[in-house]
Design a protein around this ligand. Structure first.
Ligand code: PGA
Length: 261
């Protein structure tokens, strides 16, 4: 029997939703997801909205908090950086590492991403490692090569236990914020490839346990089909997560998808 991996739906609010907007958002969102208990939900606000979101989520089971970035340093003279310990203090359990906007707009290299992976694991934060190719790389048939390189660098030297406690988001750069979603076939092929590589980097049981998310223009209209692919265990949602009702629809569909399996 195939191992059932719990679906996970994560909202990446990026540089949107202020601290004072969190409460009305959560009121609307929680109303829409009543009775949903078979899906893991992660909210990833901006740093300034983290304390408020953390406070409001503290009495709720089942919704976890993530951060959009983490410093690769422990502490000290690093103006503008946020450390793992600071995030843990706000009950943050997850952190996005290597998001394509960090890689492409802020020059994060695979080396920096590797450092961030190490520091988040050392602090018991479960990273959501983002990988994915640009349009040029896909057009020249290099997508697997790029994904493999990103994964090998990020996981280099990590223990099997640390790999197990990582989630991977496959986010083709050309699909992020563009309205152009990868087809289910393209996404499934990439996810299958990632799972096979994880088996090589750890073992078969880890590769069957690790959860792989798809990200890139996920909406309530396309999420059901994407989530039905065998190796897609969830979604990382940007634009469509800014509206609590549209994000809730994706969560509800994920639950429906679990109960179908
Ligand atoms: P999008 O963003 O859903 O707006 O494409 C996804 C992401 O960047 O994580």
């Amino acid at each position: 029997m195939a191992l059932l991996r719990k679906k996970i739906i994560s909202a990446n609010w990026k540089m949107n939703i202020t601290a004072s907007e969190v409460s009305p958002y959560l009121t609307a969102f929680l109303e829409e997801i009543k009775g949903i208990n078979e899906v893991d939900v992660i909210l990833i606000p901006s740093f300034t909205s983290l304390p408020k979101t953390s406070e409001l989520l503290s009495s709720l089971q089942g919704i976890r908090l993530g951060a959009q970035n983490i410093s690769s340093h422990d502490k000290g003279a690093f103006t503008g950086e946020i450390s793992a310990v600071m995030l843990r203090d706000l009950f943050v359990h997850h952190v996005l590492i290597g998001h394509s906007e960090r890689r492409h707009l802020f020059g994060e290299t695979n080396t920096i991403i590797h450092e961030k992976m190490k520091i988040s694991h050392l602090n018991q934060m479960n990273p959501i490692l983002c990988v994915g190719e640009t349009l040029e790389e896909r057009r020249s048939g290099k997508e697997k090569q790029v994904i493999e390189h990103q994964l090998r660098e990020a996981f280099s030297g990590l223990s099997v236990n640390q790999i197990t406690h990582t989630m991977i988001a496959y986010e083709p750069v050309w699909a992020i914020g563009t309205g152009q979603t990868a087809s289910v076939e393209q996404a499934q092929e990439a996810h299958f490839f990632i799972r096979s590589l994880i088996e090589e980097l750890s073992d078969a049981s880890v590769s069957q346990k690790i959860r792989l998310l798809y990200g890139g223009s996920v909406t309530p209209e396309n999420s059901e089909e994407l989530l039905s692919a065998p190796d897609i265990d969830g979604a990382l949602v940007g634009s469509a997560s800014l509206d609590p009702r549209s994000f809730a629809k994706i969560v509800v569909q994920a639950q429906r998808n679990c109960t179908k399996e």
